[in-house]
Design a protein. Structure first.
Length: 89
């Protein structure tokens, strides 16, 4: 069943994506100075999130499933990493 954290986010999405996003965002100004690399791990479970990232359902408000939520978090990892790479170039 869908669970929200004390912060109000769907538990799987917060654990698998938002935590990494916030940490990377906080560290990025320091990392970008020295040519450091950020490595994010995802999985083929991102394909479960098809047809893509539904920005209106990140918290599973409209529909929720444990696997689709996991897939969404992994897709968010990939999209975030791609954007981070663009900003670093």
């Amino acid at each position: 069943s869908r669970e929200l954290t004390v912060d109000g986010y769907e538990r799987t999405f917060q654990s698998n994506h938002l935590g990494h996003f916030v940490l990377t965002a906080k560290l990025f100004p320091f990392l970008s100075r020295g040519g450091a690399k950020v490595i994010n791990v995802s999985s083929s479970a991102a394909n479960i999130a098809a047809p893509g990232l539904d920005m209106e359902n990140l918290n599973g408000e409209k529909s929720y499933g444990a696997w689709p939520s996991y897939g969404l978090s992994k897709l968010a990892n990939i999209l975030f990493t791609n954007e981070l790479q663009k900003k670093a170039e």
